[in-house]
Design a binder for this molecule. Structure first.
Ligand code: FAD
Length: 467
């Protein structure tokens, strides 16, 4: 063709999906070009998502524990927050990782082209850089990995005091009174950070529960703890109106439990993310994008155009980095001629709140709704020596089993480090383990991992026909 640059595989977007796909395709011998609008690689996850949020959540944990342990005999003076130093540390964590990616790209001879990419036809993307200069990049195969963007609430005024997760992670200031719109994972993680830093937090959620993906009994211990820490949590409540006044943001709520209008110093909007499918002129390549901006793909990540693939947040829920990475590998391998499929049975979800909430496979609510004959085993952490040694007793490990075969089909865990614990259940499900495979495995003592074995044992205890 007449393109300025030409590659076997062009990857559009350098988030976890895109860089994984680019590196894998290069390792398999393809000439790869990776297109990214921003100067840093790593996408949302590394720059304004998973990583900076976890760095700040760790800082929040240190702060909260220093306060919590007063009652157990360790008295610290109230910690002093140096926001500039904290921000610099968080940025340093991010740049170590994004810098590492640039090095890995170079090592593999993946050419990175910086600029905004749009399809011009089925084999070419035009990239416009920050100065407005354009480069056409031709491809034999393409992997679209353009990710997602925070959803905006259209009725909110333009005001610097109204921020999304990206704004919250910039850590410009610590507002006195902050409203978080949205009681999902991202909203509650950011609330955790700002609460620890000293903000008075109110959370407003339209649905009847926080973190609605997980079972209610698993979310309850978190809800109870947050109710004690925060100014208010309003469920089944909507924000109807926000007026930007000089003295604050005046918020009017609606719903049966709605409070009187309130004034806040800042509002964090965390009401979900929307896929970037409509922003890349996919129609010029004939790639179908649905009305929400998602691109449909098959089990090999192929779009309706056979030589164009799509991965990550752009192809559907759950919008999580580990799903994007997995799909990136599949797409790259298929491009290289391997017969790989996306055949993961389950994808875990984690809220890195305190306590953490993690779930995988069927929730109990899903098992019930789908009419599955299931059994469950629950282990309350108040009987875990390790949990009590951490000064915590509210955790729960709940596992869901197929009643007949005893195979594990799901789990929900709440408690410190639940996110790490869920990995064992993911493996158990992928391996087709039953309850005894888990309960007969010797777990190290005293660890929180024992709660998984104990939950499996609890289910076995419910069986009457043990042989
Ligand atoms: P993205 O990471 O969105 O990357 C897409 C890339 O494409 C971006 O770099 C973008 O600049 C680029 N791009 C888009 N369009 C173009 C274009 N036209 N031209 C050039 N470049 C373009 N997930 C987890 O699994 N764990 C977590 O703990 C977690 N925490 C999160 C915390 C926050 C605050 C947020 C917002 C998200 C979090 N996520 C987390 C979600 C996670 O960040 C995403 O699922 C993941 O980044 C999706 O990867 P992706 O490759 O699909 O796209």
């Amino acid at each position: 063709g007449n393109a300025d640059l030409q590659a076997d595989v062009v990857v559009l977007g350098a988030g976890p999906g895109g860089y994984t796909a680019a590196f894998r395709a290069a390792d398999l011998g393809k000439k790869v070009i990776l297109i990214e609008r921003y100067s840093n690689l790593g996408g949302v996850c590394l720059n304004v998502g998973c990583i900076p949020s976890k760095a700040l959540l760790h800082a929040a944990k240190v702060l909260e524990e220093s306060r919590d342990f007063r009652k157990h005999g360790l008295k610290f003076v109230e910690p002093e927050v140096d926001l500039d130093a904290l921000r610099e540390w968080k940025n340093g964590v991010v740049s170590r990782l994004t810098g590492g990616l640039a090095g890995l790209a170079k090592q593999r001879k993946v050419q990175v082209v910086h600029g905004y990419g749009r399809f011009i036809d089925q084999n070419n993307i035009e990239v416009t850089d920050a100065e407005g200069a354009t480069t056409t990049v031709g491809f034999t195969q393409c992997i679209i990995a353009a990710g997602s963007t925070a959803v905006k609430l259209p009725f909110l005024p333009e005001d610097p005091r109204i921020i999304d997760s990206t704004g919250a992670l910039q850590l410009k200031e610590i507002p006195k009174r902050m409203l978080v719109i949205g009681g999902g994972i991202i909203g509650l993680e950011m609330a955790t950070v700002y609460h620890a830093l000293g903000s008075q937090i109110t959370v407003v959620e339209m649905l009847d529960n926080l973190i609605t993906g997980a079972d209610k009994d698993i979310v309850k211990p978190l809800h109870k703890r947050l109710e004690k820490q925060y100014e208010a949590i309003y469920t089944q409540t909507r924000v109807a109106k926000v007026e930007a006044l000089k003295k604050g943001l005046k918020v009017t709520f609606e719903g049966a439990k709605a409070p009187e209008p309130q004034l806040y110093d800042s509002i964090l909007v965390a009401v979900g993310r929307s896929p970037n499918g409509h922003k890349i002129e996919a129609q010029n390549a004939g790639v179908a994008v649905d009305k929400h901006g998602f691109i449909q793909v098959d089990k090999q990540q192929r779009t309706n155009v056979p030589h164009i693939f799509a991965i990550g947040d752009l192809v559907g829920q759950p919008m999580l980095a580990h799903k994007a990475v997995h799909e990136g590998k599949v797409a790259a391998e298929v491009c290289a001629g391997l017969s790989t499929f996306f055949d993961a049975w389950v994808i875990p979800s984690v809220a890195y709140t305190d306590p953490e909430i993690a779930w995988v496979g069927k929730t109990e609510a899903e098992a019930k709704a789908e009419g599955i004959k299931y059994g469950k085993g629950t282990f309350p952490w108040m009987a875990s020596g390790r949990s009590l040694s951490l000064g915590r007793d509210e955790g729960i490990t709940k596992m869901i089993f197929d009643q007949e075969s005893g195979q594990v089909i799901g789990a929900g865990i709440v408690g410190p480090n639940a996110g790490d614990l869920i990995a064992e259940v993911c493996l158990a499900i992928e391996m087709g383990c039953d309850a005894s495979d888990i309960s007969l495995t010797v777990h190290p003592h005293p660890t929180l991992s024992e709660t998984v074995a104990m939950a499996a044992e609890a289910f076995e205890g419910t069986l009457t026909d043990l042989y």
